[in-house]
Every structure is written in structure tokens, then in C-alpha cells.
Design a protein. Structure first.
Length: 360
């Protein structure tokens, strides 16, 4: 065999080819280890999931927004009016907000828009409150689910940013929850929209993706919250626990009672940041998920009961139950009401994997 023939033979050995239109084209092979990592990553990000977690998120956030609106009904105009009987805090909050970003939604936009059509500030703020209330009811019933989620997210964000001087953590987490809800594949299977319109079942991988993002987000929140607490001495010696329980307006407990049990404060403080730091470690394994979910829910119930932060406790419990609650072996799972999807359901993930070029 001549030298040119040997060269062709060796080249064909190292470069696999396929025939197309009488031409040979080299086929690049992805190493099996790399392909396996890519496949595992995609299966982690796009697990096959049922929509039960989305039902919990929708109903929970609907109830959250409803209670939020009702709790502010009496003081809504006082908090957000910029003139007359108002607190005049909206102008200051929105002025500070404009220095950070001019595109963040605020109630001032709606007031300005209403003034162009002859509506007073009082009328615009009142209509805004009623729209927020109706959006909450829409989420509870699952009626016009996506429209209700978008309206609730936008109006709540406007109120939270315009009342920045009086808002706190609950507003941030409500914004996060409503943002995920309005982007998720609504309506869910238990919504009124689904019952009336008989829509096609949502893609299980898409449902799994949004839930996975929420799960990862919560892990990051708790880890860095616990890490921040552990870096200061106040959570080690119980001083921050004393401040949290004895300082107005969070002094639900009698200070004399707190003093009587002061030796427990360091233990409680250390336990709190330890639970938060280890949340990303123990919330994933099925053996410890139920324990850590119970610890987190108990912690937030205690915050609501002993500090009066009821809405904050509620939104955190809703997010945790939506993210990890439906993966537990509840009694309803065993009687067939909860139709969960196995995370190892390879056939249900085949469509997305094949679209992304991974061979199953």
C-alpha cells in the first residue's frame, strides 16, 4: 500500500465519518464523562414534577396578599397619600428610590397616570387597593391565574417601594414569591381556570424547572442569612435574641418572662443560625428533609407567635412548603390524592434532553 493510502487509512481510523450526499463529514464525539455530567445537570434542573407545589404557591400567595391588603385597609391612604391627610412618606421613599433606579415600579406612576384622566390621588389609591384585593381573590380561586399573579406582583411591588420607609422583609419575600408565580406554567391542575377551560396538561419538566429554581433560591437565602448571623457575637451570647424579643414593637412576650429564661437565649440563637446554615445540606436528602422542613416551619411559627411578625412567618412557611413540602411522604400520597412524579422518571425527561442534544 502506498503512503497516501496509509495516510487515508490512519485518518479514517481517528476521524469517524458518515456519508451524506456522497461526501464524508467528520463526526465529533463528546466524551462519555462530559456527556454524563451534562445529562445529570439537565436532569437536576428539569426534574419531572407534578403541579401540586404550584397549587400550594398560588393559594398560599393569594391568602398572603389578601391578608396583606386587609391589614393595610385602614391606613392605606394615610401611608401612601402624598398630600392632604397622608403621611407624606411616599414622596420621600420615591425620591430616594429614584436615585437608585428610575424604572422601579411605584404608586407615584399610577397617581400621575390617573391625574391625566382627571382622577384624584385618593381615588387612584383606593382603586389600587381594590385591584390588589381582587387579584388576591383571583389567585385563591385560580381564576385568571396569570393575570391575577401579574397584577398582584406589580401592585404589591409599587406599594412596597413607595412605602420603603415602613416596609420590611415580608415585602421582599412576597415580591420573590409572586415573581416566581407569575412566570410559572399557570394554571395549575386545581385552579378554576383549569376546570373551566380544560387546558392541556403542563410540561412536567417545566414545572420541575421553576420549582428547582425556587428551591435553590431558598437554599442561598438561608445559608447566607445563617452565615451572617454566625459572624457576629450577638447570636452567640443571646444579645440579639434579647433585642428581638424585648424591643418594641416586637415585645409580644413580657420582658420579665424573657429575663426569667435568659439562659436559653444563647442556645436558641446558636440553634437558629445553625439550622439556617445547614439548610442547603439537610433539606435535599429525603432522610432529613422532613426534619429540616419541620425545624424551619417551627422557627417561623415562633417568630410569628413571639414577635408578632405574622405575615413574615406566613410567607416563609408558604415558600418552604411549595419548594419542599410536596416531596414528603404525606398520608395523602399513600391514598392516591397526591400524584407525585418520580425524580428518576427518565422517560418524562427524554423530550427536553433530546432537544438539548443529550442522548438518553
Amino acid at each position: 500500500m502506498n503512503s497516501s493510502g496509509e495516510l487515508v487509512s490512519r485518518t479514517s481510523f481517528y476521524m469517524p465519518t458518515i456519508s451524506a450526499s456522497r461526501r464524508n463529514h467528520p463526526v465529533s464525539k463528546v466524551p462519555k464523562a462530559m456527556e454524563s455530567c451534562k445529562e445529570r445537570l439537565i436532569r437536576f434542573l428539569f426534574p419531572a414534577q407534578s403541579g401540586n407545589w404550584l397549587t400550594i404557591l398560588r393559594i398560599g400567595l393569594g391568602l398572603q396578599v389578601l391578608l396583606y391588603a386587609l391589614s393595610l385597609k385602614r391606613d392605606w391612604i394615610y401611608l401612601f397619600a402624598g398630600t392632604g391627610e397622608g403621611l407624606n412618606g411616599r414622596a420621600l421613599s420615591e425620591g430616594l428610590l429614584s436615585t437608585e433606579s428610575p424604572v422601579v415600579p411605584r404608586l407615584g406612576w399610577l397617581v400621575t397616570l390617573g391625574s391625566h384622566v382627571g382622577l384624584s390621588e385618593w381615588t387612584v389609591l383606593s382603586v389600587t387597593w381594590w385591584f390588589l384585593l381582587c387579584a388576591a381573590c383571583g389567585l385563591l380561586a385560580g381564576f385568571f391565574s396569570r393575570s391575577s399573579a401579574i397584577i398582584a406582583w406589580f401592585l404589591h411591588l409599587c406599594a412596597a417601594k413607595s412605602g420603603g420607609l415602613v416596609s420590611y422583609g415580608v415585602d421582599n419575600f412576597m415580591t420573590i414569591g409572586l415573581f416566581y408565580l407569575m412566570l410559572s406554567p399557570l394554571p395549575d391542575r386545581y385552579s378554576l381556570d383549569q376546570k373551566l377551560r380544560k387546558l392541556k396538561t403542563k410540561d412536567r419538566q417545566l414545572l420541575g424547572f421553576f420549582r428547582r429554581v425556587l428551591q435553590i433560591h431558598l437554599c442561598l437565602i438561608y445559608f447566607f442569612s445563617g452565615l451572617t448571623k454566625s459572624l457576629g457575637s450577638g447570636w452567640w451570647d443571646g444579645l440579639n435574641m434579647w433585642r428581638a424579643l424585648a424591643r418594641p414593637p416586637f415585645n409580644v412576650l413580657d420582658p420579665a418572662f424573657v429575663i426569667r429564661w435568659h439562659y436559653l437565649l444563647p442556645f436558641i440563637g446558636i440553634s437558629i443560625f445553625a439550622i439556617e446554615i445547614t439548610y442547603p445540606v439537610f433539606i435535599w436528602p429525603s432522610q432529613t428533609r422532613g426534619i429540616w422542613l419541620a425545624l424551619i416551619v417551627s422557627m417561623h411559627l415562633a417568630i410569628g407567635a413571639f414577635m408578632g411578625m405574622y405575615l413574615f412567618a406566613m410567607i416563609m412557611i408558604i415558600l418552604n412548603l411549595a419548594a419542599f413540602g410536596t416531596t414528603l411522604n404525606w398520608p395523602v400520597n399513600r391514598i392516591g390524592i397526591h400524584h407525585s412524579v418520580s425524580p428518576n422518571d427518565n422517560s418524562s425527561s427524554h423530550s427536553i434532553l433530546s432537544r438539548l442534544g443529550v442522548n438518553c
